[in-house]
Design a protein around this ligand. Sequence first.
Ligand code: ADP
Ligand code: ZN
Ligand code: ZN
Length: 660
Amino acid sequence: MPVLRVALDLPLHRLFDYLAEAATVADVGLRVRVPFGRGEKLGVIVAVVDDSDWPLDQLKPAGEILRDLPPLPRDFFGLCEFASTYYQAAFGEVVMQALPVGLKRLDPPTRRNGRPSGKVAAGRRPELTAEQSIAVEAIDPGAGFSACLLHGVTGSGKTEVYLRLVEKTLALGRQVLLLVPEINLTPQLEDRVRARFPDTGVVSLHSELAEAARERNWRAAFGGEANIVLGTRLSIFTPLPRLGLIVVDEEHDASFKQQDGMRYSARDIAVFRARQLNIPILLGSATPSLETWANAQGGRYGLLTLRERANPEARLPTVRVLDTGRMVLKEGVSDALVGAIKERLARGEQSLVFLNRRGYAPVLACPACGWVSRCTRCAANMVLHLADRRLRCHHCGCEHRVPKACPTCGNQDIHPFGRGTQRLEGWLQEQFPEARVLRVDRDSVKSRKQWEAVLERIHGGEADILVGTQMLAKGHDFPKLTLVGALGADAALFAADWRAPERLFAQLMQVAGRAGRAELKGEVLIQTQYPDHPLFAALVAHDYPGFAAAQLKEREQAGFPPYAFQAMLRAEAPAMADAIAFLQAAAGLPVIGEHENVFIYDPVPMKMARLANLERGQLLAESHSRPALQAFLPRWREAIEGLKAPSKLRWHIEVDPLEF
Ligand code: ADP
Ligand code: ZN
Ligand code: ZN
């Protein structure tokens, strides 16, 4: 009797066998209902075999095999297998997280029809610049695997290169997967793609889509009706029968990294997938991740460069550093910046003040007794939100009303310390009463609809001064914006996290890229107490390669990635002692002695040591060889699974961690 080997959504590194009388190998890749425990589960058939490691008479018969969807293809399983092995995630969980919710339900699926996409006016197709032509020529969607980095400043015409490559790929009758960091922030890109390819099925896949729409789009992608799939990180797992090209836009963006559940990098999986399918992959960015840059410098990736802005009128903005050590600041803002805003107002142009901290003030404090608004559940302060008079923890989300007096000593004179976007917005409005000030952050813009409305207001010239977080930094053309002022940049310069400068540079480059995108020349003013820091010199010179070379040199000397490979074991428990004791035990496992090339550090509390009432510790495993680390991890993981742990303790392994 045939045996079905089924992947189930469970954190177990194994498959489950069931009997199925009429099953054949043609059923591999179909979904199946199977009895599990006292209930039933939906799984995916990974193999149909005629024997089991278990006695056949102990196997239960499988339930119904669902045939509303064609079988998931072999390369899909290959991709899941890779992700499962590389990230130490259970194969069944990887397979199931790749499917839209509607297809994971036990209740009988209803067949949904409907072709995606409405027609949009055809987009203008500009003559390519010489550099763009070289980039487009360099990539041949018919010629097998290649990985290339497309490095070009904002406005240099990267998107145009993507569109031409999409065109080439469609001409070969193949599909394109275009990965973007946050779809919410890129509606313009979606419009551009639809406008350029009005007769082609274009679908988007991201977590903000309603369940039914997501399933419909997924089916269109898998069914091959949609030729262009525009998606966020989760779409990297979508099975695509004719995939011919993968593009990863803003490849350095941290949102390609999934930070819970299976912790994976969609960009890195994308590179694997391109190799697996023998197709090209293009990674685009103005500020590539240092890992990608090192790959390009080392010749493992091709390097394509766009040095100039595509529109010759749109020159790069002038970047100036304002030495705040020599200035009097009002509400953190220098007179020079105030003056520059004034000039823009007089000329009817827009200004953007960038401060990557939302809320009114990062903390409320009592000068009499020293009380500060700490979150009781986290090692963090509660942020003051004056708009709705709440104290809110940005880490665990808990919130309460702003107290009228100090909860400790009763002092009524408690003060906000520091500043966030709300406070800055209020102050700027006071300084410029006639100006229309618009704040753009996650508090003022919560949905895609609101975001589109905000973009319309900015484009329609209904705002003079924008105050915003990095939300505003991403991929938008604001033709009237000619001034960007950046506040609060210094914190990242000396942060304990050695990736902080890389992120700061990318952020400032990106926000600087908002200025002067059309005919109007832009200016960027960065306030800092450390004007001589090399990071700022690189920004002023628009010199990413120089910055990257200096950073990589430092990393090489310190033995940090990309010159080392890391995995982090994290444990969380109600008591830190339990978390640390568990990590200590993991650090002492005998299997470590068998892997000389892997170094295990001491367990330490995480930087955010307490989150939502759980104490968190971590333990770093490192090697100078990726294969050595990869050989070690499954054996270590199995040994850790055998450790005794308090019942409330949770742990996971994160490979290639980005945050410490
Ligand atoms: P990026 O993706 O690098 O930010 P875009 O592709 O969005 O750059 O191009 C920036 C602007 O320049 C857009 O308005 C685009 O329409 C325009 N553009 C791109 N390529 C060309 C070209 N070859 N000639 C003229 N304009 C172009
Ligand atoms: Zn007090
Ligand atoms: Zn909290």
